[in-house]
Every structure is written in structure tokens, then in C-alpha cells.
Design a protein around this ligand. Sequence first.
Ligand code: HEC
Ligand code: HEC
Length: 322
Amino acid sequence: MKKVGIILASFLGLVVFVVAAGLIYFNTALPKDFEVEKITLPTDSLRIANGKYLVNHVMVCADCHSKRDMTVYSGRVNDDVYGGGGRPFSHETNFPGKIYPGNLTPTGKSNWTNEEIYKAIVGGMHKDGYALFPIMPFMNYRTIDKNDILDVIAYIRTLDAKPNNFEMEPQQLDFPLSLIVKTMPQPPAHQPKPDPNDKVAYGRYLVTAASCMDCHTPQDKGQFIMEKQFAGGMEFKMENGKFATSANITPDEATGIGKWTEQDFVNRFKSYADSAIVLGPNDYNTEMPWSMYGGMKEDDLRAIYTYLRTVKPVDNAIVKFR
Ligand code: HEC
Ligand code: HEC
């Protein structure tokens, strides 16, 4: 009996030791810092216009990093709040913690160097040395062409200062996310932007830049269920308490967008481009930033459609609104 007791005690001791060592490792060695190269921002107007296009219509930074007027379908960003920081993801929106998309205008970023902004966008590291939560899509942005990222920063540097839309609090993440997030920052792995004539590759690039997968793939305990990639099912709690669930955008004919023609797809986005559908308090709203994506170039939407035709059809019926 005694022997068993000793073995058990030493085993427990070992477990405690391993857990403690693990916690110390997570808290001191991670996130692992990395160097980024010195950056020279582009100054010519075409590059800055490309940055503006990406921020507003493809990577939609302005969607998360602004206050959205949700009395309008898919939300509208008015000029006076543009870039001044976004609504927090919090327990109220079913997020396990509380994080704020910060103010991208000079009010929030004048004390950030270009390299620090770059490192946050493509590496997931805050300038204060902590790991950003990947709702900020740095895992996608790290693979985007470096020139596109530089154009985005160059455009951000042209923004007029706006007051903070929300009073920021320090990042709060529930356990175990608070530990897991520390493993995520890593140096960028830029890929060159594909030739637009290669519609599948170019479409895939845009889908990555626009983070379509992040909303359109269901998750289990924070991990994407890759067999259901693009099959929808992620539920969003809207401000009026109703829910929007992301659609199945695989080519499945019965439950996805298999029956949509390329023109149907383009028209659907373009129909929201300049529209402001004013909602009543009990109307369904959506998290899908239709009005921002609606400003995408038609050829870019066509490339996205072309790429989405190549993904695996998944049979997954979705009720989009409840
Ligand atoms: C889906 C929403 C979303 C999108 C799209 C998004 N961000 Fe963020 N971003 C966030 C959130 C949330 C945080 C805070 C994360 C945290 O504190 O853990 C953040 C943090 C940041 C930070 C660091 C700290 C801060 O808040 O200022 C920068 C810089 C940033 N984002 C820039 C961008 C740029 C540039 C783009 C577009 C290329 C972009 N973001 C797109 C949600 C988003
Ligand atoms: C912030 C989350 C989010 C992002 C990012 C997002 N979507 Fe959606 N999407 C939704 C939700 C929620 C719905 C269902 C409600 C609706 O129709 O608006 C939806 C609906 C759709 C539909 C309508 C399908 C149908 O059956 O009516 C299409 C098409 C679509 N998304 C394509 C895309 C593409 C392409 C991208 C990337 C360019 C994208 N989505 C990015 C959340 C998102």
C-alpha cells in the first residue's frame, strides 16, 4: 500500500511539475517575438488607391475597425466614425473574452511605427508584445502579397484623425484561449499576388484576403472543421438579439450556391453596393459585410465565384436567420 502511495505521490508531483513548467513556458517564452524588416511605404497615388480599395472592399479593415450603424442592413459606416475603432467582441456577442478592434486613424496609430503596424497586421503581435486574437485575421494576412499590405498601411497613414468610437479596455481572454493565443504570432509568409488571368488562383487569393472562410466555416472548440470548409453554420448574435448564420457557399446544388450563375453572384453583391436598407427594430440583420464587399470590382467578384466553384461541395442545409 505504502509503495503505491509513494508512486502515486511522485506521479502527482510530476504532473504538477509538468503543468507548472508548461504555464511558465507559455507565460514567459510566448508569444515568441520576431524581427521585421524596415519598411518603406509607397507614395504614389495608384498604390494608395489600391490600399483604400483593400481596406474598404476586400480586407474590410474598416468594417471591424469602425462603429457600424446596424439600423441599416449589413451595417453602414458613416464618415464621422470611419476607422475610429470597432465594437468589442465580448460575451454579449458570444465571444469568450473581450477584445477591441482599435482606432486606425492617427488618434490611435500616431504612436505606432509603420513596422509595428505591419507586425500587428501580418504577425499578430501587438506593439506592447502580446498576441492578438485571430479574429483579427492576421493568419490570412500573413500570406498576402507584401505590396498589398504596404499599400494598406500607406492608405491608413492618410486617414483623418477620428475620436475613439469605444473606450478601449485591455485585452481579456478566457482560459484556455488566453494561453492558446500566445502560440499564434509568427513571422509573415507573403505569397506573390497571382495573375488576375489565373482566375482560380486569383480568386483564392481574394477569398483569403477577404477572410470569407473565417465566417463561412463552422468551428468546434475554436478549430475550423475543415471537412465543412465554406459550408456555413457559424452563428452570429446580432445587436437586436436575433441571429444570422453564415450560408453554405460551396457548390452543393441543394444546400450551397451550386445553382447560382456567376452573374447571380455578382448581382447579389452589387445589389448592396450603394444601398442602405433601413431596418425596423425586429428585422433580421446580417454580419456579412455586403455593402463593403459590394464595392469590389466586378472582375474580382467573378474570380471569387470561379474559385468557389472549385471547392468541395458539402451537403449542409443552413437556416440563415432566426
Ligand atoms: C474581423 C474583424 C477584423 C478585421 C477584418 C480586421 N481587424 Fe484588425 N483587429 C481586430 C480585432 C478584434 C483586434 C484586437 C485583437 C486583440 O486585441 O486581441 C484587431 C487589432 C488590430 C491591430 C492592433 C491593435 C489595434 O487594435 O489597433 C491593428 C494595427 C489592426 N487590427 C489593423 C487592421 C487592418 C489594417 C486590417 C485590414 C487589413 C484589419 N485590422 C482587419 C479585428 C479585425
Ligand atoms: C463576418 C462574417 C462573414 C464574412 C467575413 C463573410 N460572410 Fe458571407 N455570410 C455571412 C452570413 C452571416 C451570411 C448569412 C446571412 C446573409 O445572407 O447575409 C452570409 C451569406 C453569404 C452569401 C449568401 C448565400 C445565400 O445562400 O444566400 C454569400 C454568397 C456569401 N455570404 C459569400 C461570402 C464571400 C464570398 C465572402 C468573402 C468575400 C463572405 N461571404 C464573407 C457572414 C460572413
